[in-house]
Design a protein around this ligand. Structure first.
Ligand code: HEM
Length: 336
């Protein structure tokens, strides 16, 4: 029986530090990206081998537009640009991002060093449009004070939730990653009672126990992001959120990053949060949290990263870009 290719280090554990680097790649930069991909593993070893206790990993994602500009042949079946979500009161914007690095280690400096090496390698081919340095805050809490990541799937459940399999065999072992940078109104959030904050999240703050169904409001974050199919199957994603911030700028944030075998799952969660379920009953977290970025990428398996699809030929490039087989970026209000 054929064995699915090894994924990139998407299933590796939460670390104390992370760098999230979002880049755009200008026309003509595609070949530089394609040349870089097989060398990424070597760059991780160059930094990480000397630091065996750091657990340095790097996951690389490629956006829909860059994928089409760079490679010949079929594209990952569910890859499309991030679909912005507009509800009556909340908005999840779609922002530029062609190439994304999720670099994790115990300390920040190995993440920084690896991101620097990759960025240097790309030279003029890429522009860094967003850089976030995430840190662990107390016992895996976000800056809102709640433990973040508790209900992540683990073991085989995590692999099943995250990795593409037989449904798209050419891209098996890959995954999709959705990223969003959120800024919090921390004084406003902290100005509420602890009980009001717990009702917004759906869990207790101190001991991280989930509120019982009778107490948990339907517009709590946990209620809206719990998705169960008609046949009773719960659809999960793997989140590696990290806090970040700047005291000087009064910036207090959560970098949301969710891996899924099918991007439809985090997209459904987003629509429930931003449009509401039922419509108008939106996530209480959003009263104090604003999404300022939003992107979606395909993360090839480690094998495909080492041996990427052939470069797009000049003849191929002369043809119009393929449609993304979806609604594109647009107003998804009311679609669930
Ligand atoms: C402001 C940004 C966000 C913050 C601060 C945040 C925080 C949290 C916290 C504290 C929990 C409860 C503990 C846990 O299980 O991890 C949670 C659960 C969860 N969040 Fe978020 N989250 C954010 C954005 C998102 C987004 C954008 C999505 C999906 C697109 C999402 C999906 C989930 C899921 C699936 C759960 C687990 C629900 C369950 O099964 O109990 N979160 N989040």
């Amino acid at each position: 029986m054929p064995v699915d290719p090894q994924p990139q280090a998407v299933l590796s554990p939460l670390t104390e530090s992370a760098v999230f680097l979002t880049m755009t790649v200008g026309d003509g930069g595609e070949q530089a990206v394609r040349d870089l991909l097989p060398d990424l593993g070597g760059l991780v070893r160059s930094v990480g081998f000397r630091l065996p206790d750091e657990g340095l990993t790097c996951v690389t994602g490629i956006g829909a537009d860059l994928w089409d500009r760079t490679f010949d042949g079929p594209r990952p079946a569910a890859l499309h640009p991030f679909r912005e979500v507009t509800g009556a009161r909340h908005h999840a914007p779609s922002t530029p991002g062609d190439l994304f690095l999720h670099v994790r280690a115990v300390r920040l400096f190995p993440c920084f060093e690896l991101a620097r090496l990759v960025r240097t390698r790309l030279g003029d081919a890429a522009v860094v449009v967003d850089e976030v340095h995430g840190f662990r805050y107390f016992d895996r809490r976000d800056l809102l004070g709640f433990v973040d990541g508790t209900e992540n799937p683990t073991g085989d459940g995590a692999s099943a939730a995250v990795l593409v399999g037989g449904e798209d065999p050419a891209f098996a072992g890959g995954t999709y990653v959705m990223t969003q940078k959120y800024l919090h109104d921390l004084p406003g959030w902290q100005g509420q009672s602890v009980e009001a904050r717990e009702l917004a999240v759906g869990r207790r703050m101190l001991d991280d126990v989930e509120l019982d169904d009778a107490t948990k409001p339907p517009d709590s974050h946990v209620a809206l992001t719990t998705i169960v199919d008609d046949d009773g199957t719960e659809r999960e994603i793997l989140r590696d959120n990290m806090p970040f911030g700047s005291i000087a700028d009064g910036e207090y944030g959560t970098y949301f990053i969710g891996y899924a075998a099918d991007p439809d799952v985090p997209e459904r969660m987003l629509r429930r949060m931003f449009v509401g379920e039922p419509e108008g009953s939106t996530d209480r977290l959003l009263e104090f949290s604003t999404a300022v970025t939003g992107s979606l990428y395909f993360v090839p398996s480690a094998a495909l990263l080492d041996d990427p699809p052939p470069a797009r030929t000049a003849a191929e490039a002369a043809r119009p870009a393929p449609a993304h087989g979806d609604l594109g970026i647009g107003d998804l209000r009311g679609t669930r």
